[in-house]
Write a protein that binds this ligand. Structure first.
Ligand SMILES: Nc1nc2c(ncn2[C@@H]2O[C@H](COP(=O)(O)OP(=O)(O)OP(=O)(O)O)[C@@H](O)[C@H]2O)c(=O)[nH]1
Ligand SMILES: [Mg+2]
Length: 325
């Protein structure tokens, strides 16, 4: 029977994944990304398996040095004997001129280290799907036992903010000057930050940027009930300055999540975010799927003929799709 052999293949792949064989991890992510016939089985097995990774989100303006920081952080965690899986939702860095994280890391000393895994996802030129793929990838890494999972996204839009909610700890990266703090507020990043990093501290006015952010956090109101005081750190991603302190802070945040009971609440928020981002992506994919075109054109025809109003047509389209998918 076909379904048995599909599940059989999936089971073998999962076994290799659970041994944290790097090629198997890649294949698992690809299988989910490409909606292979194994995907539904894999998703339910991976989810049931769970995991105990610390999921760290790193977000901030394009070119603020997120990938450089992730690279330095990964090195520091490895030095502390933690395995690190990295998912970079990379805007192909065409705006900022930064290198794609995967390329950067591949060129470096981690290459032969089986304790590190890097996956870049191109976000430009895709209509939906990136957030869903990110959630899938995190679930692969979580189930296959990576101590730390780092997710890098550019914090420019609502979708980027939302995807960060799947993290236990969210780091917002800004740079000195240019009023980046204001940008961060606009993008809704202030409210999701557990930790602020002012990167490129080798540049002038980085002390001012740190002070400005601290002021803003104080003005912003009360600290959370069980007393996590949001740290504002400064780093130089290129040299590794401040990375040990950042790593300490990330570990402290997880300890606080556990001791305060906040972890339980975060897991719920993260679960809500996972379901929401997947639902949105599914909807986007379905609406734009070529297979729907004929049906869509017939709906368009009915709206043109004034048999159907556009609102009812849209609601019908989504309803039909939601049931189908
Ligand atoms: N001066 C200085 N430059 C840095 C620092 N960290 C990163 N850069 C440089 O800033 C540029 C962008 O770095 P990336 O790490 O690619 O930034 P990013 O935020 O990941 O960029 P996107 O993913 O494209 O949004 C690169 O040229 C880096 O070399 C730093 O601490 N100081
Ligand atoms: Mg980057």
């Amino acid at each position: 029977v076909k379904s048995t052999s599909v599940d059989g293949r999936a089971t073998k792949l999962l076994e290799r994944g659970y041994e944290r064989q790097i090629p198997a991890i890649s294949q698992l992510i690809t299988a989910l990304e490409s909606s292979s016939d194994m995907a539904p089985y894999l998703r339910s097995e991976l989810h049931a398996r769970g995991g105990s990774s610390h999921v760290v989100g790193i977000t901030g303006a394009p070119g603020s040095g997120k990938s450089t920081l992730v690279n330095s952080l990964a090195k520091e965690f490895r030095a502390r004997d933690k395995t690190v899986g990295i998912i970079a939702v990379d805007p192909s860095s065409s705006l900022s001129g930064g290198a794609i994280l995967g390329d950067r890391i591949r060129m470096q000393e981690h290459t032969l280290d089986a304790g590190i895994f890097v996956r870049s996802m191109a976000s430009r030129g895709t209509l939906g799907g990136v957030s869903k793929a990110t959630v899938d990838s995190v679930s692969v890494l979580n189930a296959t036992g990576w101590d730390i999972i780092i997710v890098e996204t550019v914090g420019v839009g609502q979708a980027d903010v939302e995807i960060m909610r799947i993290a236990h700890t969210t780091v917002v990266v800004s740079v000195p000057g240019l009023g980046d703090d204001i940008q961060a507020i606009k993008a809704g990043l202030m409210e999701i930050a557990d930790l602020h990093v002012v990167n490129k501290a080798d540049r002038p006015e980085s002390d001012k940027a740190v002070a400005d952010l601290k002021n803003m956090l104080m003005l912003g109101g009360m600290p959370p009930p069980d007393g996590w005081v949001i740290p504002v750190l400064s780093t130089v991603g290129l040299t590794g300055k401040g990375i040990a302190e950042l790593t300490d802070s990330l570990e402290e945040h997880m300890n606080w999540l556990i001791s305060s009971g906040e972890l339980v609440r975060r897991e719920r928020t993260a679960t809500e975010a996972r379901i929401r981002v997947i639902a949105k992506d599914l909807l986007m994919e379905s609406i734009h799927a070529p297979g729907n075109d004929q049906n869509f054109q017939s709906i368009v025809g009915r709206v043109l003929a004034r048999e159907l109003d556009p609102h009812t047509a849209a609601a019908g389209l989504i309803g039909r799709i939601a049931v189908a998918s």
